[in-house]
Design a protein around this ligand. Sequence first.
Ligand code: FAD
Length: 407
Amino acid sequence: MKKVVILGAGFAGLHIFYKIRHLIGKKIELTVVDSRKESLLKPSLPEVAFEGAPIKHSLVELEQTVTSRGATFVNEEVDAIDPDAKQLSFKNGESLEYDYLLITLGAVKNYDAIPGFRDYGYSVCDDTQAQRLWERVKNFEGGKIVTGAALSTWGSRVDAPPLKAPCEGPIGEIMFMLDHYLHHEKGLERAGDFKIDVFTPGEIFFEDVGDVPRNAVGKVMQERSIDLHNNKVLKEIGKDFIAFEDGTSMPCDLAIVIPPYTAPQVLLDSKLGDEKGFIPTDKTMRHLDYPEIFAAGDITALAQPKLGHVAIIQGAIAAATLLNELGEKVEIPPHKLEVFCIMNMGGHDATLILSDVLYGGHTDLAIHSPLAKMMKWGFDSYLYYNKGHMPPDFALDATDKLLKMMS
Ligand SMILES: Cc1cc2nc3c(=O)[nH]c(=O)nc-3n(C[C@H](O)[C@H](O)[C@H](O)COP(=O)(O)OP(=O)(O)OC[C@H]3O[C@@H](n4cnc5c(N)ncnc54)[C@H](O)[C@@H]3O)c2cc1C
């Protein structure tokens, strides 16, 4: 029996878990490790921050999910990985050996890299921040709001688009959902009682998609009096201002930011990462230097942008590569990435975005419709009630084909 360890039970780790679980007790002893007790479904966090939705609908309990399917769950933080000894060490001093390791640790949202964030900044990127933001938003009586993503930087071992902001979709949800809440729920006047400004470190906003989604988003921003500021690299957040590296600043009563994405310390301390600690893999998701290690999701250097959809694509590839390694003959899907997300815009409003122009494709689609909102609700609910298990492949493929026919 081979010892297989999945390190990190987020989108990628859970997807791999469900893809390989049929071999538990037959060919593998499977251990899932996560420092959290519950996996966090981040796409539903904007509903927590701007609609006051209960956090429990964004959490998937891990112990029961994993052990009821015959695997072992270790609720510990990994603080060292020794790829030569094939061993992990935990913060509690214990260790675990593996034959195959799947690294799905996600990226760290590095709030502490932003001076002033802990005192004056807000975010939506985890359960603590999303609930803290809702407390602020529901008591907000008007003023200047500035939102945007900080600059992230990447290593150079693999060829991936070097996005300045690896996940700007949530900025779309922040500006539109907050605008909806303040205008429609609180009755405040746009560009009067409150004003929303958006910044991006990129030359263009939403640099991971083509003109169709970008123009669709721009049109709604114009209708809602939301202004955009390009090439703004976040430097500091103060009590009543937000400052940028080019020496400019804006008055700001509420700053909501996506912090820089960095690799977890355990990888920065190991020899497994690239210059920035992200895992370099080939397109079968195998580590470039260690053939018994695979990776998927935000932690991989190939994942650009850093999206749940990309984590799922890569998780399926990593699982198939491992299954072949274990003697199962399954097809390894191609590493064909695309941007797919549904941006909640408040009320019944949402835009579905599907685009592969970043990777040289021609699909570039934006569907702004209540139908998109229903799809988001259906997808988020499916994930929650099925313990992080994705809808079946045939349903996802059919949706993908239908959308591409519409583009
Ligand atoms: C607000 C927000 C909204 C988003 N909306 C969308 C969306 O609509 N669509 C979309 O496709 N994507 C969306 N994303 C992006 C998506 O959530 C991520 O790309 C996805 O979660 C990445 O999955 P992952 O498995 O790579 O990492 P994660 O989901 O971050 O999982 C990593 C896991 O590793 C664990 N871990 C980390 N370090 C350690 C350690 N040292 N020891 C043990 N365990 C550890 C963590 O606890 C975590 O459970 C959104 C992101 C945010 C922040």
